[in-house]
Design a protein around this ligand. Sequence first.
Ligand SMILES: [Zn+2]
Length: 326
Amino acid sequence: MAFPTQRPRRLRQNENWRRMVRETALSVDDLIVPLFVVPGEGVSNPVPSMPGVSQLSVDEVVKEAAEIQGLGIPAVILFGVPHDEDKDPEGTEAYNPEGLVPSSIRAIESEVPDLLLWADVCMCEYTSHGHCGLLTEDGEVENDTTLDLLAQAALTYAEAGADAVAPSDMMDGRVWAIRETLDQQGFLDTPIVSYAAKYASAFYGPFRDAANSAPAFGDRKAYQMDPPNVEEALREVELDIEEGADIVMVKPAMAYLDVIRRVKDTFGLPTAAYQVSGEYALIKAASEKGWVDEQRVAMESLLGIKRAGADMILTYFGKDVARWLG
Ligand SMILES: [Zn+2]
């Protein structure tokens, strides 16, 4: 009989023992910070549902990028948030070379050249209807015509100097369309970070404040994944890898830890997870009320995502984590 010969508590009795047998570590190397870029100069608009997160104009986003790099974080991901009057049904601003994301990329690149700049690729921040692609007359999001626009947007960001493009739209075939266009234009070395398993989640609520991207009608359930499914997530990831994805992402993270684990175990590719706005807001709100310890709950959540198999995590806690890790 094992007891009392085996007493697992022996290796937990003090911090040095715990350090020596710790299986998972969260590091600053694992972090990617999302940034929201708005028009103007000297603009820093706090997002009410995401305390600590602000929409920033290009000049301010450069300062933020410098601070992030100063904390040792390797990468940021950029989202453009144009004014409503600059949106149209075709999402033209998504592939305007003078748009918010390309302008930010050039500005950051010249001031903070070593930071990796990922550019989110989707139409919903730029379309007047707020959907992730072109609409048919019946209001359906049309897959194949949207691919050209996504490829055009990705190319625009690569030309501006993006270190990676990250399609988040969930159209079928978009990784292939983007890879083909990038390769034809000589951007062979620009990686694609694919939001491969992106679920139609209620956890995105605060992001839509931040990115002003709520659909004007309907929802995104006809293109984003149905939350109960994991086998389908594996098919989505497999297709994106076949089409040329370099990094695959699961989004959201906390409610999909099993998906992260299955994706990592099945494919072994560098796997990212997005701790989304709702996950962040829950922790922030409960800690503001004094109901949980923000730092401990945030770190435990991120550690859980890492333990589930994520190699890297997109998180609004990025700067805090870098400081907490010291
Ligand atoms: Zn979208």
